[in-house]
Design a protein around this ligand. Structure first.
Ligand SMILES: [Zn+2]
Ligand SMILES: [Zn+2]
Length: 364
């Protein structure tokens, strides 16, 4: 575990920074490092989490006071309003930027906001990766309930002020000598509750919708790569643009081939005589085309025969990789008496040749 950085240092504010300064500093850091803006950038994500953690403490008067007195140890294990950091950051986020999800009809949204990005994973076969694929991806996402326009209240009724927190969204509890302020568990910080729930969404303000998006996987795509489908993320709020859909690629293992970038690696099983005399071998590729592998005379087990242009296409269009066939000499387990005799003769012959080679070497 690495040493935790000082929260003030993380946000780049002075020890006596006002709550407003803290908020502004976090907003800046969050905008810059938000995972949706830096897909795949683990460092940005780490910075984002670090800033969020710092903000959670420094934006809370009591946590900040404890942090000032006792450092990180003072705030460790203190209850968070939302539990894990991501639920929490969503709250902070919708508060800071408007839009987002889970706002449940809160009258807080200011101006158009871009929708969130979505991420899904898709597993392709080697064949699909080689020839490309077009696939319908099913997305399950929350969408604003049209019945109640996201308020959660049955049409014709209104939300009422939360009685637990008197509309404040926060409640204070004391444990021993310490007072904790927590997000109100009754209204989850919204300050109001649904009196008569909307029947379509059970008062949630959002319903799950399935949506199909056709995604084109280009030939040559590889595991670990990520496709971006613009505009297919969550819809924006108040006319803001939709987010993007990111598709993470995964490849199913293949029985016959391994992939090495644009190259295909496979076994080329040959008989002892083919290895000695040379020959050719037909291999069916994952895209069902065939490649002829020319085995040179005197091939050793494990030697690689390269067939250019028979690998996968490169995504950037710069041609294709190669087929790499690894020579495997097959040794028969059961052979006839005649074959045994022939082999002994062959062995004797090869032995004589080897002897000749050694003597001629020592002679010269
Ligand atoms: Zn509803
Ligand atoms: Zn409440």
């Amino acid at each position: 575990m690495s040493q935790k950085r000082d929260y003030y240092e993380v946000l780049g504010v002075a020890k006596d920074a006002s709550p407003d300064d803290v908020r502004k500093a976090y907003r800046q850091a969050a905008l810059k490092n938000h995972p949706d803006r830096n897909p795949g950038d683990a460092e940005a994500e780490a910075r984002f989490k670090e800033a969020t953690e710092a903000y959670q403490v420094l934006s809370d008067e009591q946590k900040r006071a404890r942090y000032d007195r006792f450092g990180h140890a003072g705030v460790e294990g203190m209850p968070d309003a939302g539990g894990d950091i991501f639920t929490h950051f969503q709250d902070i986020f919708s508060e800071l930027f408007g839009g987002g999800f889970g706002g449940g009809g809160q009258p807080r949204r200011r101006g158009p906001a871009r929708g969130h990005d979505l991420r899904v994973q898709q597993r392709l076969t080697l064949r699909e990766a080689m020839v490309g694929a077009k696939r319908e991806v099913v997305l399950r996402t929350p969408a604003t309930c049209e019945e109640c326009s996201g308020t959660g209240a049955k049409p014709g009724t209104k939300r009422k002020q939360c009685g637990t927190c008197d509309g404040q969204g926060q409640v204070s509890t004391s444990r021993g000598f310490v007072m904790f302020t927590q997000t109100c568990p009754e209204c989850r910080g919204e300050g109001s509750v649904v009196k008569t729930p909307c029947e379509s969404c059970n008062g949630q303000g959002a319903v799950e919708k399935t949506r199909k998006v056709v995604v084109n996987f280009p030939a040559g795509i590889d595991a670990g790569q990520r496709l971006r489908v613009p505009g297919q993320g969550m819809p924006g709020s108040q006319g803001g643009p939709s987010g993007d859909l990111y598709v993470d690629i995964d490849l199913a293992p293949d029985e016959r081939f391994e992939r090495d970038g644009a190259d295909l690696v496979t076994r080329a099983p040959v008989s002892f005589s083919t290895a000695v005399l040379g020959g050719s071998l037909e291999i069916e590729l994952p895209d069902e085309t065939r490649a002829t592998v020319e085995i040179p005379a005197g091939s050793q087990p494990g030697e690689i025969v390269t067939v250019r242009g028979k690998g996968l296409p490169r995504v950037d269009g710069r041609g294709r990789g190669s087929l790499q066939a690894v020579v495997q000499v097959e040794v028969p387990k059961h052979i006839s008496a005649r074959a045994k005799e022939l082999l002994r003769d062959l062995d004797a012959e090869l032995g004589k040749q080897a002897e000749k080679a050694t003597t001629s070497k020592t002679a010269s």
